[in-house]
Design a protein around this ligand. Structure first.
Ligand code: A3D
Length: 320
């Protein structure tokens, strides 16, 4: 059986890391696409040359032509620009919306059966627009944010409790932004919910609140340290976890930006919710029950995402 084909649209910091991880994990052959000439070709060659030492069998190539992504099983989209000093969120939205249009059309023309994972920010609005421009089925287009935000929360919790990160589960819901909702009730250590761990004296409400806030600020914390870019190791690892769930039909329960059509009370929008990812793409949304406080936070987050989607519709009339 031929190896799966993985197309990475955008060969910047995350794109290059995705390619390396996909190769090391032997998930399939990788095509890196970028408008920047030489960048995808250079990264592909560099990673291919790590193959003899690492011992993986995966073909690597770089391209500026959408024809080369033909028949891809998975497309991971990081194409776009990051916010630069002096650029407003709306400026960024306008620029990346145009990028989503060209990427969506490229995928529709050459890889219409792919499972598409969007990472480009502002995430929830961009994945919505990418789906609209590509016309692919909603279950085959999703956004990566929840796995990363949950991983950050799990890391902070594991450090606080001095336990293995593997035994800490967490869910972060809502939009990928300041309003994201780290769910304390549904986060556990080996099945023990966090509120019980406070009762057991493992931590305090104040410390937990601080970890929740640090999770919300997780992206900004890394930007503040790096100064010249944003996080890429953990974002790439998170998207690879989702791609692997699809390629191996793992039926993983992972939070991601998925299309909600009435799910958790959200209509016709992409927002972070728990999902099941398998060979059918986003096979199911786990319709968890939120309590009053969680619902209020979730609603605020959904309203923020809706504002961005409405702004997209205002910029590109074909989306309205
Ligand atoms: P960066 O290293 O700048 O890579 C972006 C790449 O996109 C560059 O190589 C560009 O040349 C390329 N590009 C620009 N326009 C196009 C186009 N039209 N077609 C193809 N390629 C194009 O950024 P990065 O890899 O660090 O981040 C990529 C995106 O992910 C950004 O929008 C980040 O904000 C976002 N991001 C999201 C998360 C989430 O959790 C959702 C986390 C971290 C970064």
């Amino acid at each position: 059986m031929a190896r799966p084909k993985i197309a990475l649209i955008g060969a910047g910091n995350i794109g290059g890391t995705l390619a390396h991880l996909a190769a090391v994990k032997e998930l399939g052959d990788v095509v890196l696409f970028d408008i920047s000439e030489g960048l995808p070709e250079g990264k592909a060659l560099d990673i291919a040359e790590s193959g003899p030492s690492e011992g993986f069998d995966a073909a690597m190539s770089g391209t500026q032509s959408y024809e080369d992504i033909a028949g891809a099983d998975v497309c991971i989209v990081t194409a776009g620009v990051a916010r630069k000093p002096g650029m407003s969120r709306d400026d960024l939205l306008g620029i990346n919306l145009k990028v989503m249009k060209s990427v969506g059309e490229g995928i529709a023309a050459h890889a219409p059966n792919a499972f598409v994972i969007c990472i480009t920010n502002p995430l929830d609005a961009m994945v919505w627009a990418l789906r609209e421009f590509s016309g692919l089925p909603h279950n085959m287009v999703c956004g990566m944010a929840g796995v990363l935000d949950s991983a950050r929360f799990r890391h902070f919790l594991a450090e606080e409790f001095n336990v293995s990160m593997r035994d800490v589960t967490a869910f972060v819901l809502g939009g990928h932004g300041d309003t994201m909702v780290p769910s304390v009730r549904y986060s556990t250590v080996a099945g023990i919910p966090l509120p019980d761990l406070i009762d057991m004296g493992w931590t305090t409400q104040e410390k937990l609140d601080a970890m929740v806030q640090r999770t919300r600020d997780g992206g900004a914390e890394i930007v503040g340290l790096l100064k010249t870019g944003s996080a890429y190791y953990a974002p790439a690892t998170s998207a690879i976890e989702m791609a692997e769930a699809f390629l191996k039909d793992q039926k993983r329960v992972l939070p991601c930006a998925a299309y909600c059509d009435g799910d958790l009370g959200v209509k016709d929008m992409y927002v972070g919710v728990p999902t099941v990812i398998g060979a059918g793409g986003v096979e199911r949304i786990v319709n968890i029950k939120l309590n009053k406080d969680e619902q209020e936070m979730f609603d605020t987050s959904v309203a923020a995402v809706k504002g961005l989607v409405d702004a997209c519709k205002g910029i590109d009339s074909s989306l309205a």
